[in-house]
Design a protein around this ligand. Structure first.
Ligand code: PGA
Length: 250
């Protein structure tokens, strides 16, 4: 019922030239793929990515967006700027933004609202740290992060968002949540959305897992009923690996 969505998060990797190379390699490998395929590239690579993916089903995403339309916000990009460049998706509230750049649940909410209202699909990241899981706070924390991020949106705006559940301890560490752990926490997120916005929205919204997802573990994770896709860091930097994740059913 929910179309799977596999998104690459390139983080601070690849120059425009390398972007073109990687995407030229990727294109034939993911042609006709069942999931929605997105590559979230550094801002300076957007133009190269849009050009290289023209006429394909691959969508281009950004890795952040500011909440104001314009103004004195050095280093930031507005939603309209991204839209005009051909961007369709944008990652918001990645744990690296929260950890290193002071992103809070409130700024995540503002950015998500600006994105959705400009017609971009936000990929909103939530997830607990290791010590938070060990202390038993995972469910409360991801519920809070998710509901705050969506605050002020209409039901149809909520439905159009993608949530990425990324346990912080699994990002870039090679540690993956077990299939059951990931499914259980994503189920909690889905229930929280259903409780606030109604069952229909809860059933319709796409929720990804992220954190060391790779060609080896993708199948097990994707077999879980609540998991609708993946946000892929390391394994999205090689066309062959990313294509294997995208084509997990083959
Ligand atoms: P990873 O990163 O796949 O390298 O763990 C995922 C992410 O940070 O989105």
């Amino acid at each position: 019922m929910r179309k799977p969505i596999i998104a690459g998060n390139w983080k601070m990797n690849k120059t425009p030239k390398e972007t073109k190379q990687l995407l030229e390699e990727l294109k034939p490998l993911v042609k006709g793929a069942k999931p929605t395929v997105v590559v979230c590239v550094p801002a300076v690579d957007i133009q190269a990515a849009v050009r290289a993916t023209k006429g394909t089903a691959i969508k281009v995403g950004a890795q952040n967006v500011h909440f104001k339309e314009s103004g004195a916000y050095t280093g930031e990009l507005s939603a309209q700027m991204l839209v005009e460049c051909g961007v369709k998706y944008v990652i918001i509230g990645h744990s690296e933004r929260r950890q290193y750049f002071g992103e809070t649940d409130q700024t995540v909410n503002l950015r998500a609202l600006a994105a959705v209202r400009a017609g971009l699909t936000p990929i909103i990241c939530v997830g607990e740290k290791k010590e938070e899981r060990e202390a038993g706070y995972t469910n409360a924390l991801v519920t809070y992060q998710t509901l705050i991020a969506l605050e002020g949106m209409s039901e149809s705006e909520v439905k159009s968002c993608v949530i990425a559940y990324e346990p912080v301890w699994a990002i870039g560490t090679g540690l993956t949540a077990t299939d059951e752990q990931a499914n259980e926490t994503i189920g909690v997120i889905r229930s929280a959305i259903a409780a606030k916005y109604g069952k229909r929205i809860g059933n319709a919204i796409r929720i990804q897992y992220g954190g060391s997802m790779n060609p080896k573990n993708v199948k097990g994770l994707m077999a879980q009923p609540h998991i609708d896709g993946g946000l892929i860091g390391g394994a999205s930097l090689k066309a062959e690996d990313f294509a294997k994740v995208v084509n997990y059913e083959d």
